[in-house]
Design a protein around this ligand. Structure first.
Ligand code: GTP
Length: 596
């Protein structure tokens, strides 16, 4: 297809404002998905996405659309809405020339409407403002059309009003996309350059790489080259997704599609890399993407130690599909061999863990998540701590923790509530603006550690679901932080160490010791469970002693029965972990780490 007839666009919106539903409707109206094949959330291919009703991965689909006499090809890139996946959004935006900014006509502008709009503007995208869900009785299209027009600049009359559910207004929206979104520009005669914006591992076909062609063209059976490594591969298949993969005779300027080289090694196809041809290679690679920075870390361990190699392999494969994933091997006294994994946020952690368990059939334990701390010692050495149990002892001069700039949008009646919550979480107010008479934007600096865990839930429940939140990292600050260790009979259990604010140390200690007391089985001797900051014990519980004699039930003679019982006890012992002289079933750690 000639570039003049191509439009590359994405849909951006606050979570639940109806992106996926609108995308489904567009697929139907353009005839890409036949009504009998239609299913809700067509583009959310992963089971987890459908079950949770959220989009995690970006998806690109090509749709034909006729305007006047011209047959256009629209490439739609569906993007996730949750803050944790902003990284996916920004990569998709770089592959588009325009963005449909979708706003729920019953809710108005929310925090991620703003965040995504700013991202789109940074990428110089043409913005097409649209109000969705106009079929809802609570919709106030006139009011929000004005709000939206004020935001993006323009006339409220130009804001399209649609319903992804009923299909109303969606055809005019497709026309509008053709009219407003600029055609892609590129040099068809230059050496080929295509940007890798995603890749997945397919068991049968090896690595499938998704690209957006910028200059020149890529043709089947050509040798291609990855510009970062100079590695060349034969192109076995090239095509577009519409909505299933369809082979084509190549990809030209502005086109979006996939390539298959038969390569099995996932590291050969790096997101952000530039693909060129081997016999006429480009000299300059495309810009690439900024490396995403993991914000939250957690230990991931296989429940069954022999699954460790499978876990390593699974992480390698998942990393291909999720560029934001970072991991390093680590070992824990309590949990054995595993990995310290970096995530963009808690939802990202949950999704990764769930994908590992489902797609690779693993049973995993994850330790309590933590952020990254920068510790400066009295003697000037600096330590980066991603695992609380590695928090240095000795004389510490300063501990710095990451902070974020958070924006909360809420109805004005909740201003006091939101301020109270932010103050409780060690926030500092930066400013406040009324967007309209009854809608307020509050800006705070907050420690990331306070926000990643349950801040969002607390905010939602205190504002009856009316507040929305967005945040971005803005650096770090010094804070009064201490490490709390949990000791069993004087021996530290590494998986339970935590770095907390000084004022919260006692509470953490009491909670953890009480929880472990419930879970740790009684031993032949008394087991003290202590929480300590340095050498100072701040909480203590005791598991009382028990004398457990397996042979007590056997009266006298039957030696084979006695042996069987002893064997059985030995079996049980294998699943035990020794912390000092205390035997703890691995299940107890799992229970302690999973319950809250
Ligand atoms: P994420 O993928 O998680 O970002 O969400 P999304 O923005 O894709 O939202 P989705 O399409 O999943 O829709 C969210 C909810 O709104 C669902 O319950 C939809 O059924 C509903 N919904 C979407 N569009 C419309 C609409 O036009 N009218 C009405 N009444 N409901 C809609």
């Amino acid at each position: 297809t000639a570039p003049e007839l191509i439009r590359n666009f994405c849909i951006i919106a606050h979570i639940d404002h109806g992106k996926s539903t609108l995308a489904d409707r567009m697929l139907q109206l353009t005839g890409v998905v036949q009504p009998r094949d239609a299913r809700a959330q067509y583009l959310d291919r992963m089971d987890i996405e459908r079950e949770r009703g959220i989009t995690i991965k970006s998806q690109a689909v090509r749709m034909p659309w006729q305007l006047g006499d011209e047959p256009y090809a629209l490439n739609m890139i569906d993007t996730p809405g949750h803050v944790d996946f902003t990284y996916e959004v920004s990569r998709s935006l770089a592959a588009c020339e325009g963005a449909v900014l979708l706003v729920d006509a019953a809710q108005g502008i929310e925090a991620q409407t703003l965040a995504n709009l700013y991202l789109a503007m940074e990428n110089d995208l043409e913005i097409v403002p649209v109000l969705n869900k106009i079929d809802l009785p609570a919709a106030q299209p006139e009011r929000y059309a004005e709000e939206l027009a004020n935001l993006v600049g323009g006339d409220p009359a130009d804001v399209l009003k649609v319903s992804g559910k009923t299909g109303e207004g969606v055809e005019p929206l497709l026309d509008r996309i053709v009219e407003r979104v600029p055609a892609p520009v590129g040099d068809p005669d230059a050496p080929a350059r295509a940007m890798i914006f995603d890749s997945v591992y397919d068991t049968y076909r090896g690595v499938v790489t998704y690209v957006r062609a910028i200059d020149g063209d890529l043709n089947p059976r050509e040798r291609i080259q990855m510009m970062s490594t100079r590695a060349t591969h034969e192109l076995l298949e090239i095509g577009v997704i519409s909505p299933e993969p369809i082979k084509t005779n190549g990809l030209g300027v502005g086109e979006v599609g996939y390539l298959i080289t038969g390569v099995k090694d996932v590291r050969q196809s790096k997101v952000g890399d530039t693909v060129t041809t081997a016999n006429k290679p480009a000299t300059q690679a495309l810009g690439g993407y900024a490396e995403p920075k993991p914000m939250v870390f957690s230990g991931l361990y296989p429940v069954d130690g022999s699954d460790y190699p499978t876990l390593r392999d699974a992480l390698d494969k998942l990393k291909l599909n999720d560029a934001a994933l970072n991991y390093e091997p680590e070992t824990s006294v309590a949990l054995g061999f595993g990995f310290r994994v970096g995530f963009l946020g808690l939802l990202h952690l949950e999704i990764v863990r769930e994908r590992l368990e489902r797609e690779f059939d693993l049973d995993l334990i994850s330790t309590a998540p933590n952020v990254v701390y920068d510790v400066t010692m009295e003697d000037g050495t600096e330590v980066k701590v991603t695992n609380p149990s590695e928090f240095p002892g000795g004389k510490i001069k300063e501990v710095r923790e990451p902070v974020v700039k958070a924006t909360v949008l809420a109805p004005s009646e909740f201003v006091g509530t939101v301020m109270g919550l932010c103050t409780d979480r060690r926030g500092t107010m930066q400013g406040m603006d009324y967007l309209s008479e009854d809608r307020v934007e509050l800006r705070y600096t907050l420690p990331l550690a306070e926000i990643v865990f349950d801040f969002f839930d607390a905010l939602k429940s205190r504002t009856r679901g009316y507040a929305s939140l967005d945040y971005e990292p803005v650096g770090d600050q010094a804070a009064d932080l201490v490490k709390v260790d949990i000791l069993l009979q004087g021996d530290q259990v590494d998986a339970f160490s935590a770095i907390v604010h000084k004022d919260a140390a006692y509470e953490y200690g009491v909670k953890m010791t009480a929880k472990l007391k419930e879970i740790i089985p009684r031993q032949q001797f008394e087991v003290p469970i202590q929480a300590a900051v340095g050498a100072r014990v701040i909480a203590r519980e005791t598991v009382r002693a028990i004398r457990k004699d397996v042979l007590a039930k056997c009266y006298g003679g039957d030696i084979s029965r006695k042996r069987k019982l002893l064997e059985k006890q030995k079996e049980g012992k294998k699943r035990m972990k020794n912390i000092g002289s205390v035997e703890v079933p691995k299940d107890a750690f799992i229970a302690a780490l999973s319950s809250d």
